[in-house]
Design a protein around this ligand. Structure first.
Ligand code: ZN
Length: 70
């Protein structure tokens, strides 16, 4: 994979895990919605479910350190 920033051809894929929902409340849900600018955070706050783990894959450039979505 080539880096879109510097063109270096040697990017490595990494997985980033985010955990959401720990001690979640409606208030936090609202804050989350504001920060994420998404209704998704608000929805999670309201349903009040436990932990939610999201795994995302990113490419990382070893030349310039640029990180971009897979
Ligand atoms: Zn790069």
């Amino acid at each position: 994979m080539k880096c879109p920033k510097c063109g270096y051809d040697g990017c490595q894929i990494i997985s980033e895990t985010q955990t959401k929902g720990k001690d979640y409340s409606v208030g936090k849900g609202c804050c989350g919605a504001l920060f994420l600018q998404s209704w998704f955070g608000l929805l999670c706050g309201f349903c009040g479910e436990g932990k939610k783990t999201t795994t995302r894959n990113f490419w990382i450039c070893h030349n310039c350190g640029h990180k971009f979505k897979a």
